[in-house]
Design a protein around this ligand. Structure first.
Ligand code: GLN
Length: 187
């Protein structure tokens, strides 16, 4: 079986760390910078960074509609932090911010404070297929939060996979997986 080709949106943000992590997992990880790069992927990662900048560039470089169409058609996508924000239908207080808008959730940007308020915590991630073969139970996972968004509402089709202090930090809706922390910064 050949390695799955996984794209990482590489317009801005922590894309290099995701590429490194994916390659360590045996994936054929590729940087996505143009509309054409989006063809032929088995999956896509939307990294952390600045959701405003990524949304603006996706629109200006004519990638937004294509991206939205692929995800709507079932392309597995994993959004982290700013990537999560881009995926949400509702960005609280920023109605005009460009987004993909397919994850039925309301998110508040920078809800945990400023850069200096960044923190690390261990969390239990509900087993999902990628985790289960390694350990047949919820696996504790180190999570790094950097100016993280807060998921304040989730729609009925959205499953919460992990919480910190009772608040959702990892969610899944069909082919969309999203976390408010930075898994690419830890093992
Ligand atoms: N605060 C950023 C935003 O609103 C997200 C931070 C991050 O991705 N680490 O886009």
């Amino acid at each position: 079986m050949s390695a799955p080709r996984i794209g990482v949106l590489a317009l801005q943000g922590a894309f290099r760390e995701h590429i490194r992590s994916l390659r360590r997992c045996g994936a054929d990880a590729v940087e996505i910078r143009t509309r054409e790069d989006l063809d032929g992927l088995s999956g896509l990662v939307l990294p952390g960074g600045e959701s405003t900048v990524m949304g603006k560039l996706l629109t200006e470089w004519d990638m937004m509609d294509r991206l939205r169409g692929l995800i709507r058609d079932g392309l597995p996508v994993f959004g982290t932090c700013a990537g999560l924000i881009l995926l949400c239908t509702d960005i609280i207080g920023h109605p005009g911010q460009p987004r993909i808008g397919l994850l039925d959730a309301s998110v508040r940007r920078n809800a945990f404070g400023r850069q200096v308020d960044s923190f690390t915590t261990d969390l239990e991630l509900s087993p999902f297929p990628a985790v289960r073969p390694l350990e047949d139970r919820a696996a504790p996972m180190r999570a790094v939060f950097i100016r993280a968004p807060l998921i304040e509402r989730t729609g009925t089709g959205v499953e919460v996979l992990a919480r910190v202090n009772g608040l959702p930090v990892a969610v899944r809706q069909r082919n969309i997986l999203a976390v408010s922390f930075h898994p690419e910064l830890t093992a």
